[in-house]
Design a protein around this ligand. Sequence first.
Ligand code: KG4
Ligand code: ZN
Length: 335
Amino acid sequence: MAYGPGTRDGVILAVETSCDDTCAAVVTAGGEIRSNVIASQGLLHSRYGGVVPEIASRHHLELVDAVTADALEAAGTGLEEIDTVAVTRGPGLIGALLVGLSSAKALAAVRRLPLVPVDHLHGHVVASTLGPEPIEPPYLALVASGGHTFLARVDVPESYTVVGQTLDDAAGEAFDKGARLLGLGYPGGPAIDRLAEKGDPEVFDFPRSAPGELDFSFSGLKTALLYAIRDLGEGEADRRRPDLAASYQRAIVDALVSRTRAALEREGLRRLAIGGGVAANSELRAAVQALGVPVWVPPLELCTDNAAMIGGAARFLRPLPYPDYLSLDAAARIS
Ligand code: KG4
Ligand code: ZN
């Protein structure tokens, strides 16, 4: 049984636990999102300034059954009406991934259903193929999250080719580290986004390093922010926090948009989809609209980690029949 574009039947239950959100969703093979439940652990981790893997795994274990039940209920369905189970196999935190994978295996096995292991990043790349106005390949995908930042060429929805990527920190990581330096909470992206609205992005000239035509580098940026704060001194830095946030955000957005423009030109692509948690950024969302190509900007719940995008990718992949998937392992990294 292989789902593919155009297949209109089939209901997929998807589970995603690669980082700190416990997610389950019900999507159809035709791309309709019937439910998309996200239980965020963000507040739990905020006191540590980042995701603590062990805490994330424990909470996934506590939440995954209830979140899955919620997703089925919100979709007005039950496990007996599900045709396929999809789950994130990696990349991500290994303990967190294992909770979702074990749970998905059990859900599938009790009904001898097929299971589709999904690459988390493939989910982000094809999130815009869901919903009433899906993007059609070929297109360029800009995925920028807390763990990953890359540009991918998508000719068919079954796969993608990375054409540029960060060589060090992810864009979301740059937001999170910058936010910490500015004394804002975790996750830092939304906090910088809000503070930047009150600041002037032209005041501080933070570096836009260009390691390669389509690659990114964000690690020097946080050092530049650190020095700027030090040079200003505590009181003045505090007073200028909105300007620092706005200028820092502008540097990240400029880097993302300039490489995206270059990738569209080099690859000869005329459509763009953005995804990953950083795609929630208001300045980035506005800036990509000025690139001169149609842009698919998914709703926020499809940008940050979610299970609908995992079900979305599973539509294009071949499921493993029962019981072949029982020995399947999670993968912290996917080559
Ligand atoms: O995709 P995601 O939920 O999880 C990962 O797979 O990493 O992305 C989380 C990242 C965090 O680094 C967070 O700070 C960032 O997305 N983020 C934002 C915004 N909302 C979330 N970054 C900038 N502006 C935002 N509004
Ligand atoms: Zn993600």
